[in-house]
Ligand binder design. Structure first.
Ligand SMILES: [Fe+2]
Ligand SMILES: [Fe+2]
Length: 263
Protein backbone atom coordinates (compact mmCIF):
# COMPACT_ATOMS: atom_id res chain seq x y z
CA UNK A 1 0.00 0.00 0.00
CA UNK A 2 1.14 3.55 -0.68
CA UNK A 3 -0.37 7.02 -0.61
CA UNK A 4 -2.07 7.69 -3.91
CA UNK A 5 -0.35 10.33 -6.04
CA UNK A 6 -0.24 11.28 -9.71
CA UNK A 7 2.76 12.56 -11.59
CA UNK A 8 3.45 13.85 -15.12
CA UNK A 9 6.72 13.70 -17.01
CA UNK A 10 6.23 16.89 -19.05
CA UNK A 11 7.29 17.74 -22.61
CA UNK A 12 5.46 16.05 -25.50
CA UNK A 13 3.77 13.58 -23.12
CA UNK A 14 1.99 16.25 -21.10
CA UNK A 15 1.08 18.07 -24.32
CA UNK A 16 -0.61 14.92 -25.66
CA UNK A 17 -2.74 14.69 -22.54
CA UNK A 18 -3.42 18.44 -22.43
CA UNK A 19 -4.83 18.29 -25.98
CA UNK A 20 -7.87 16.55 -24.47
CA UNK A 21 -8.55 19.65 -22.37
CA UNK A 22 -9.21 21.76 -25.49
CA UNK A 23 -12.53 23.60 -25.26
CA UNK A 24 -12.86 22.99 -21.53
CA UNK A 25 -13.13 26.34 -19.79
CA UNK A 26 -13.05 26.29 -16.03
CA UNK A 27 -12.44 29.12 -13.60
CA UNK A 28 -10.35 27.00 -11.21
CA UNK A 29 -10.12 29.77 -8.63
CA UNK A 30 -13.91 29.98 -8.22
CA UNK A 31 -15.04 26.36 -8.16
CA UNK A 32 -16.63 26.55 -4.74
CA UNK A 33 -17.45 30.20 -4.09
CA UNK A 34 -21.10 29.47 -3.17
CA UNK A 35 -20.40 26.31 -1.15
CA UNK A 36 -20.08 25.92 2.60
CA UNK A 37 -17.08 24.38 4.43
CA UNK A 38 -18.75 20.96 4.84
CA UNK A 39 -19.52 20.75 1.13
CA UNK A 40 -15.93 21.65 0.25
CA UNK A 41 -14.47 19.09 2.68
CA UNK A 42 -16.79 16.38 1.31
CA UNK A 43 -15.96 17.30 -2.28
CA UNK A 44 -12.21 17.17 -1.66
CA UNK A 45 -12.60 13.56 -0.54
CA UNK A 46 -15.00 12.67 -3.37
CA UNK A 47 -12.69 14.09 -6.05
CA UNK A 48 -9.61 12.38 -4.53
CA UNK A 49 -11.46 9.05 -4.67
CA UNK A 50 -12.64 9.89 -8.19
CA UNK A 51 -9.04 10.48 -9.32
CA UNK A 52 -8.13 7.04 -8.02
CA UNK A 53 -11.13 5.27 -9.53
CA UNK A 54 -10.38 6.90 -12.89
CA UNK A 55 -6.79 5.64 -12.59
CA UNK A 56 -8.09 2.15 -11.79
CA UNK A 57 -10.48 2.30 -14.78
CA UNK A 58 -7.42 3.01 -16.94
CA UNK A 59 -5.89 -0.25 -15.69
CA UNK A 60 -9.12 -2.10 -16.56
CA UNK A 61 -9.08 -0.80 -20.15
CA UNK A 62 -5.39 -1.68 -20.52
CA UNK A 63 -6.30 -5.24 -19.53
CA UNK A 64 -9.36 -5.22 -21.81
CA UNK A 65 -7.34 -4.07 -24.82
CA UNK A 66 -4.81 -6.91 -24.32
CA UNK A 67 -7.65 -9.41 -23.89
CA UNK A 68 -9.36 -8.16 -27.07
CA UNK A 69 -6.07 -8.53 -28.97
CA UNK A 70 -5.69 -12.11 -27.71
CA UNK A 71 -9.29 -12.83 -28.76
CA UNK A 72 -8.58 -11.44 -32.25
CA UNK A 73 -11.43 -8.97 -31.82
CA UNK A 74 -12.23 -6.34 -34.48
CA UNK A 75 -9.38 -3.82 -34.58
CA UNK A 76 -11.62 -0.77 -34.19
CA UNK A 77 -12.87 -2.18 -30.89
CA UNK A 78 -9.28 -2.89 -29.75
CA UNK A 79 -8.23 0.65 -30.72
CA UNK A 80 -11.14 2.15 -28.78
CA UNK A 81 -10.24 0.19 -25.64
CA UNK A 82 -6.64 1.41 -25.97
CA UNK A 83 -7.79 5.03 -26.33
CA UNK A 84 -9.97 4.63 -23.27
CA UNK A 85 -6.80 4.14 -21.15
CA UNK A 86 -5.79 7.67 -22.16
CA UNK A 87 -9.33 8.96 -21.53
CA UNK A 88 -9.15 7.63 -17.97
CA UNK A 89 -5.71 9.17 -17.35
CA UNK A 90 -7.18 12.47 -18.52
CA UNK A 91 -10.15 12.02 -16.14
CA UNK A 92 -7.74 11.21 -13.30
CA UNK A 93 -5.87 14.44 -14.08
CA UNK A 94 -9.11 16.48 -14.16
CA UNK A 95 -10.33 14.99 -10.87
CA UNK A 96 -6.96 15.72 -9.25
CA UNK A 97 -7.13 19.31 -10.51
CA UNK A 98 -10.58 19.73 -8.96
CA UNK A 99 -9.35 18.30 -5.62
CA UNK A 100 -6.35 20.66 -5.73
CA UNK A 101 -8.51 23.68 -6.57
CA UNK A 102 -10.79 22.85 -3.62
CA UNK A 103 -7.88 22.93 -1.18
CA UNK A 104 -5.94 19.75 -1.89
CA UNK A 105 -6.45 16.00 -2.17
CA UNK A 106 -6.97 13.92 0.98
CA UNK A 107 -4.45 11.11 1.77
CA UNK A 108 -5.61 7.81 0.26
CA UNK A 109 -3.83 4.48 0.81
CA UNK A 110 -3.92 2.38 -2.36
CA UNK A 111 -2.33 -0.69 -3.92
CA UNK A 112 -1.65 0.13 -7.57
CA UNK A 113 -0.44 -3.42 -8.24
CA UNK A 114 -3.98 -4.78 -7.67
CA UNK A 115 -6.21 -2.51 -9.71
CA UNK A 116 -7.85 -5.20 -11.85
CA UNK A 117 -9.46 -8.45 -10.74
CA UNK A 118 -7.97 -11.03 -13.16
CA UNK A 119 -10.23 -12.92 -15.55
CA UNK A 120 -10.78 -16.60 -14.64
CA UNK A 121 -11.37 -18.34 -17.98
CA UNK A 122 -8.57 -19.86 -20.07
CA UNK A 123 -10.39 -18.97 -23.32
CA UNK A 124 -9.31 -15.55 -24.68
CA UNK A 125 -12.80 -14.48 -25.84
CA UNK A 126 -14.34 -15.33 -22.46
CA UNK A 127 -11.48 -13.59 -20.62
CA UNK A 128 -12.28 -10.43 -22.59
CA UNK A 129 -16.00 -10.93 -21.89
CA UNK A 130 -15.39 -11.25 -18.14
CA UNK A 131 -13.36 -8.03 -18.01
CA UNK A 132 -15.84 -6.18 -20.23
CA UNK A 133 -18.96 -7.27 -18.34
CA UNK A 134 -17.49 -5.99 -15.08
CA UNK A 135 -15.90 -2.77 -16.36
CA UNK A 136 -18.18 -1.62 -19.19
CA UNK A 137 -21.58 -3.25 -18.65
CA UNK A 138 -21.68 -2.71 -14.88
CA UNK A 139 -19.08 -0.11 -13.82
CA UNK A 140 -19.22 2.34 -16.71
CA UNK A 141 -22.95 1.83 -17.33
CA UNK A 142 -23.60 2.95 -13.73
CA UNK A 143 -21.06 5.78 -13.86
CA UNK A 144 -22.94 7.64 -16.58
CA UNK A 145 -26.29 8.16 -14.76
CA UNK A 146 -24.56 8.82 -11.42
CA UNK A 147 -22.36 11.50 -13.01
CA UNK A 148 -25.47 13.05 -14.58
CA UNK A 149 -27.03 13.16 -11.13
CA UNK A 150 -23.85 14.72 -9.64
CA UNK A 151 -23.85 17.36 -12.37
CA UNK A 152 -27.47 18.31 -11.66
CA UNK A 153 -26.62 18.79 -7.96
CA UNK A 154 -23.19 20.41 -8.48
CA UNK A 155 -24.12 24.07 -7.89
CA UNK A 156 -20.87 25.16 -9.54
CA UNK A 157 -20.40 26.05 -13.19
CA UNK A 158 -16.79 24.85 -13.11
CA UNK A 159 -17.64 21.44 -11.65
CA UNK A 160 -20.52 21.10 -14.13
CA UNK A 161 -18.07 21.74 -16.99
CA UNK A 162 -15.62 19.13 -15.66
CA UNK A 163 -18.36 16.49 -15.24
CA UNK A 164 -19.74 17.28 -18.72
CA UNK A 165 -16.28 16.72 -20.21
CA UNK A 166 -15.82 13.41 -18.35
CA UNK A 167 -19.31 12.26 -19.37
CA UNK A 168 -18.49 12.81 -23.03
CA UNK A 169 -16.07 9.84 -22.78
CA UNK A 170 -17.84 7.67 -20.19
CA UNK A 171 -20.92 6.99 -22.29
CA UNK A 172 -18.66 5.47 -25.00
CA UNK A 173 -16.87 3.40 -22.34
CA UNK A 174 -20.20 1.79 -21.46
CA UNK A 175 -21.16 1.39 -25.13
CA UNK A 176 -18.06 -0.70 -25.87
CA UNK A 177 -19.56 -3.42 -23.68
CA UNK A 178 -22.86 -3.62 -25.56
CA UNK A 179 -21.13 -3.63 -28.96
CA UNK A 180 -18.75 -6.35 -27.78
CA UNK A 181 -21.57 -8.63 -26.65
CA UNK A 182 -23.50 -8.04 -29.87
CA UNK A 183 -20.39 -9.23 -31.74
CA UNK A 184 -19.02 -12.05 -29.53
CA UNK A 185 -20.29 -15.58 -30.10
CA UNK A 186 -20.62 -17.14 -26.67
CA UNK A 187 -22.20 -20.40 -25.51
CA UNK A 188 -25.18 -20.50 -23.15
CA UNK A 189 -22.95 -21.83 -20.34
CA UNK A 190 -20.53 -18.94 -20.85
CA UNK A 191 -23.37 -16.41 -20.74
CA UNK A 192 -24.60 -17.98 -17.52
CA UNK A 193 -21.15 -17.55 -15.91
CA UNK A 194 -21.08 -13.91 -17.11
CA UNK A 195 -24.51 -13.27 -15.58
CA UNK A 196 -23.25 -14.52 -12.21
CA UNK A 197 -20.12 -12.38 -12.58
CA UNK A 198 -22.26 -9.29 -13.30
CA UNK A 199 -24.31 -10.10 -10.17
CA UNK A 200 -21.14 -10.43 -8.07
CA UNK A 201 -19.88 -7.11 -9.42
CA UNK A 202 -23.18 -5.40 -8.61
CA UNK A 203 -23.08 -6.74 -5.04
CA UNK A 204 -19.53 -5.40 -4.63
CA UNK A 205 -20.81 -2.00 -5.74
CA UNK A 206 -23.26 -1.97 -2.82
CA UNK A 207 -20.38 -1.62 -0.37
CA UNK A 208 -18.53 0.85 -2.54
CA UNK A 209 -21.53 2.99 -3.34
CA UNK A 210 -22.76 2.95 0.26
CA UNK A 211 -19.70 5.04 1.05
CA UNK A 212 -20.30 7.34 -1.91
CA UNK A 213 -23.44 9.03 -0.65
CA UNK A 214 -22.92 11.85 1.83
CA UNK A 215 -24.79 14.14 4.15
CA UNK A 216 -24.59 16.98 1.66
CA UNK A 217 -24.84 17.27 -2.10
CA UNK A 218 -22.92 19.63 -4.34
CA UNK A 219 -19.53 20.11 -6.03
CA UNK A 220 -19.69 16.53 -7.33
CA UNK A 221 -20.92 14.84 -4.14
CA UNK A 222 -24.38 13.27 -3.77
CA UNK A 223 -26.36 12.83 -0.56
CA UNK A 224 -28.02 9.45 0.04
CA UNK A 225 -31.49 10.64 -1.00
CA UNK A 226 -30.19 11.78 -4.40
CA UNK A 227 -27.94 8.74 -4.78
CA UNK A 228 -29.95 5.61 -3.88
CA UNK A 229 -33.05 5.98 -6.08
CA UNK A 230 -31.09 6.84 -9.21
CA UNK A 231 -28.56 4.08 -8.55
CA UNK A 232 -31.25 1.38 -8.27
CA UNK A 233 -33.02 2.69 -11.38
CA UNK A 234 -29.71 2.55 -13.26
CA UNK A 235 -29.04 -1.01 -12.06
CA UNK A 236 -32.37 -2.17 -13.48
CA UNK A 237 -32.53 -0.10 -16.67
CA UNK A 238 -28.88 0.44 -17.64
CA UNK A 239 -27.34 -2.86 -16.52
CA UNK A 240 -29.72 -5.77 -15.82
CA UNK A 241 -32.08 -4.97 -18.74
CA UNK A 242 -29.48 -4.52 -21.50
CA UNK A 243 -27.53 -7.59 -20.29
CA UNK A 244 -30.72 -9.71 -20.39
CA UNK A 245 -31.32 -8.57 -23.99
CA UNK A 246 -27.96 -10.21 -24.79
CA UNK A 247 -28.79 -13.46 -23.01
CA UNK A 248 -26.79 -12.59 -19.89
CA UNK A 249 -29.10 -12.97 -16.93
CA UNK A 250 -28.12 -11.42 -13.60
CA UNK A 251 -29.36 -13.70 -10.77
CA UNK A 252 -32.43 -12.15 -9.12
CA UNK A 253 -31.06 -12.57 -5.58
CA UNK A 254 -28.08 -10.33 -6.42
CA UNK A 255 -30.42 -7.52 -7.47
CA UNK A 256 -32.63 -8.10 -4.44
CA UNK A 257 -29.60 -7.90 -2.15
CA UNK A 258 -28.74 -4.57 -3.66
CA UNK A 259 -32.28 -3.22 -3.21
CA UNK A 260 -32.27 -4.43 0.42
CA UNK A 261 -28.92 -2.72 1.08
CA UNK A 262 -30.24 0.59 -0.20
CA UNK A 263 -33.51 0.38 1.80
FE1 LIG B 1 -13.43 7.93 -16.48
FE1 LIG C 1 -14.63 5.32 -17.99
Amino acid sequence: MKTFSLDVLGGPWTRRLAARREGLEVDWGHLAHEANAEQVATAREVWTRTAFSEYASGACFAEISSALLAANAPIDLVAAAGEFVADEMFHAELAARVATALGGAVPLEVDVTKLVRPARSAKPLVRAAELIVRTCCVGEALTVPMLNQSRRAAGSKGIEAVITRILRDESQHAQLGWWFFDWAELHDGEREVLGRLAGETLRAFTVLFAGECRRTSGLGALDCAKFDGEFLRAVREEVVGPLAERGIVVPLHDVEELIAAAA
